[in-house]
Design a binder for this molecule. Structure first.
Ligand SMILES: Nc1nc2c(ncn2[C@@H]2O[C@H](COP(=O)(O)OP(=O)(O)OP(=O)(O)O)[C@@H](O)[C@H]2O)c(=O)[nH]1
Ligand SMILES: [Mg+2]
Length: 299
């Protein structure tokens, strides 16, 4: 594993892919391999989230392409949702990148998908570990594309330093991301498909709903397909700051994700579930046992 790690650090993509697979499977501890990036004022990891089919992949592709032409390197972690999707591209299409097809730019991007089905509870932390590893291997920035539906997917966004929520044109049934609890995580909202009717109206609705909140994110209209506003958005993203209220929401999701991992990774997790099933233990006792013991182990 050490040799593979060295190869990955030296830029070998096949070695990198195998290391990420090992991290995904929980076989290596990233903290033993690379140092976590120091907290800076800027960001290293950016999540792009939003409802299925709003155009996240198209935008990610356009933004990474733009950054690549400027000489910047970006790795993408595309989180494949475990829940059925109603729109958007099929699995294979999610990671089709124009930058990858361009030989003059392809060395500046790296794309990897992460399946959420594998280990439901710990996916967000695994995504965080993979991002840390990519940064350790010299990638300047990491993007995480994750569907903003379902708790686990939402938490994948919360491992990022900054979060962009993508919305589509108004559909007459209110603000979708608000229902999904996504907007409070947003550092920027991109209203995509500005070429379609209802996008401008939806952007205004969002701005109105933010009007009384001075910590609310900026709203921008873009069209990933036409390229309208995309270069400007790519530029703005480089210096994106936290929206204020998003920090608390991110920390809450990270705390919950860590608690979940602590429970599910406890050696007595399955026996405790068995005991709960048999009725020989109640929930309060189960929590006491799993949390107290894991605390004793770690201290
Ligand atoms: N009209 C219009 N269509 C767009 C625009 N951007 C993306 N689309 C289309 O919207 C569909 C979904 O785009 P994707 O980028 O795959 O959306 P996604 O959010 O990544 O979808 P999932 O990953 O499946 O959640 C595709 O058919 C795109 O061509 C846009 O600006 N205007
Ligand atoms: Mg997509």
């Amino acid at each position: 594993m050490e040799a593979l790690h060295q190869q990955a650090m030296n830029g070998d993509r096949r070695a990198l892919a195998r290391m990420l697979t090992a991290i995904e499977a929980g076989k290596v501890d990233v903290a033993d391999l690379v140092e976590s990036p120091l907290p800076e004022s800027g960001w290293k990891v950016l999540a792009i989230t939003g409802a299925p089919g709003v155009g996240k992949s198209v935008l990610v592709d356009a933004i990474m392409h733009r950054w690549a032409t400027e000489g910047r390197t970006t790795a993408l972690l595309a989180v494949d949702p475990s829940s059925p999707r109603t729109g958007g591209a099929l699995l294979g299409d999610r990671v089709r990148m124009t930058t990858v097809d361009d030989p003059s730019l392809s060395n500046r991007v790296y794309v990897r998908s992460v399946a959420t089905r594998k280990a439901i509870g710990s996916v967000p932390l695994v995504v965080g570990d993979m991002a840390t590893y990519l940064l350790g291997c010299g990638w300047e920035r990491v993007m995480i594309e994750t569907v903003g539906a379902g708790q686990s997917e939402l938490r994948c966004a919360a491992v990022a330093d900054r979060i962009v929520v993508v919305e589509g044109p108004a559909r007459g049934d209110g603000i979708q991301a608000e229902k999904a609890g996504l907007l409070e995580l947003a550092d920027l909202v991109l209203v995509n498909k500005s070429d379609l009717e209802g996008a401008t109206r939806h952007a205004s609705e969002l701005e109105e709903s933010f009007a009384l909140n001075n910590e609310a994110p900026e709203v921008r209209l873009v069209s990933g397909l036409r390229g309208t506003g995309v270069d400007e958005a790519a530029h703005a993203l480089l210096n994106l700051s936290s929206s204020g209220r998003s920090v608390r929401a991110k920390m809450r999701e990270r705390l919950h994700a860590s608690l979940e991992r602590r429970l599910t990774s406890h050696p007595a997790y399955n026996p405790t579930l068995d005991a709960l099933t048999l009725g020989t233990l109640d929930i309060e006792e189960a929590l006491m046992a799993l949390l107290r013991e894991s605390h004793e182990r770690s201290s």
